[in-house]
Design a protein around this ligand. Structure first.
Ligand code: S3P
Length: 434
């Protein structure tokens, strides 16, 4: 792990967006024929989705960030011979569950690592059951056993904004009979809706309500074809905050999705006074993309309101680190979902900030951070922090070490970051000229 970079300079190319990469593989596998996906995420989560799809009879060859997919189409998927290992990835498990539940000849088991086995699946199992799905899960946790059925459409009013749950239900609804409606409390990331529209599947969406007409389990979809995955804004956030916190930094973070449901972190950093400038806006594969030039900044505290949380849900750990380096006290509210990510991230953020000598207060779904005014004022600690199997907590601690006197020791860092950005260390080392 790189500590204490003297400066951060140059351009950074990001891994392909994880959410879009999972969906690109799934959509390529749903259609019949060949697709070529470029810029695919290279982390273990995305490779895990590919591995599960191979077990369902889809041919997938991946070299670097290019995937060649040849699929018999959804109705040609085969019952897997072994349990499907979703590793650390909630997106893999929840989206695949929706699809497998809607496949009448399917019997499958879905499992994951120690982190995924603790995550709540009732939020997707229960609404699927109202469509006729047969899924067994002890206490609502993986492993899940699914016996596919012909599902019927249903109306779902989701208690939490979750793109994984929304996507699982819309995909199940696509292969069900009748209409499925999903109502979410706040807009969550909309990649599934954009990709469905790109494939010519009509969806009626009004911000938080989405209706899809079921085509039945024998429905044929076209191949996804050539599809370019944009860079990952959730990875970009670590580099952007590293530059903003570092006293001598000016970096260009290139070519990532600027989908408004994903870049709430840029809005929050702008409010804090961060020097972040957007450049080269374009559209790639139905997604707005762009670069961000990020420079050393003096930050002011900000409040994060519940209604903006879905647009920065995965960036809360690194935004909390930014708030820890700001002048003033920041309030983050509406954080209940942080408790059920790859780790209890609210507890993990408090633990990390405490090691850095930053005062916090927290409750079930809120966090107050008393900013130090500068990352230079973080404690020069060598205490150890266990990221568990949580890539975003590992990268947050790594950014602290890069930009401040802290030397937090981490066990399991490489394994943790491997799920989304295996080259994180090398990318940061290039920016620091090491
Ligand atoms: C994701 C949705 C979000 C996000 C996760 C990826 C997706 O999870 O935190 O990293 O690809 O749909 P929730 O649906 O649980 O909010």
């Amino acid at each position: 792990m790189l500590n204490d970079a003297h400066h951060l300079r140059g351009s950074l190319t990001l891994p392909g967006d994880k959410s879009i990469s999972h969906r690109a593989l799934l959509f390529a596998a749903l259609g019949t024929g060949r697709s070529v996906l470029t810029g695919l995420g290279t982390g273990a989560d995305v490779l895990g989705t590919a591995h599960c799809l191979r077990q369902l009879g889809v041919a997938i060859a991946i070299a670097d960030d290019v995937a060649h997919v040849h699929s018999p189409g959804f109705s040609g998927w085969l019952t897997p011979a072994h349990p499907l290992d979703c590793g650390n990835s909630g997106t893999t498990m929840r989206l695949l569950l929706g699809l497998l539940a809607a496949h009448p000849r399917m019997t499958a088991q879905l499992d994951g690592d120690a982190s995924l086995r603790k995550r709540p699946m009732a939020r997707v199992v229960d609404p699927l059951a109202t469509m006729g799905a047969q899924i067994a899960a002890d206490l609502g946790r993986p492993p899940l056993r699914v016996v596919g059925q012909t599902l019927h459409g249903a109306t779902h009013v989701l208690p939490v904004a979750s793109a994984q749950v929304k996507s699982a239900l819309l995909l199940a609804g696509l292969f069900a009979v009748g209409e499925t409606i999903v109502q979410e409390p706040l807009p969550s990331r909309d990649h599934t809706e954009r990709m469905l529209a790109g494939l010519g599947v009509a969806l009626r969406s009004t911000g938080t309500q989405h209706a899809i007409a079921g085509r039945g389990p024998a429905a044929q979809l076209p191949a996804l074809g050539d599809f370019a995955v944009p860079g990952d804004p959730s990875s970009a956030a670590f580099a952007v905050v590293a530059a903003v916190l570092h006293p001598d930094a000016a970096i260009n973070v290139c070519g990532f999705s600027h989908n408004p449901t994903r870049v709430g972190f840029l809005r929050a950093l702008e409010r804090m006074g961060a020097r972040v400038a957007i450049a080269n806006p374009a559209t790639v594969a139905g997604e707005p993309v762009g670069d961000v030039l990020a420079q050393s900044s003096v930050l002011q505290a900000t409040d994060i309101a519940p209604d903006e949380v879905p647009s920065l849900i995965d960036e809360l750990p690194i935004l909390a680190l930014a708030a820890a380096a700001a002048h003033g006290t920041s309030q983050f509210r509406g954080l209940a979902e942080l408790r059920v990510k790859e780790s209890d991230r609210l507890a993990a953020i408090v633990e990390l900030l405490t090691l850095l000598g930053v005062a916090t207060q927290s409750g079930a779904d809120w966090l107050t951070i008393v900013g130090k005014g500068s990352a230079a004022d973080f404690a020069a600690t060598t205490a150890s922090f266990r990221p568990g199997l949580d890539h975003r907590m590992a990268m947050t601690a790594a950014v602290a070490n890069l930009c401040s006197p802290s030397r937090v020791a981490m066990h399991g860092f490489a394994e943790a970051v491997g799920s989304s950005w295996p080259d994180f260390n090398a990318a940061m080392a290039r920016l620091s000229g090491d």
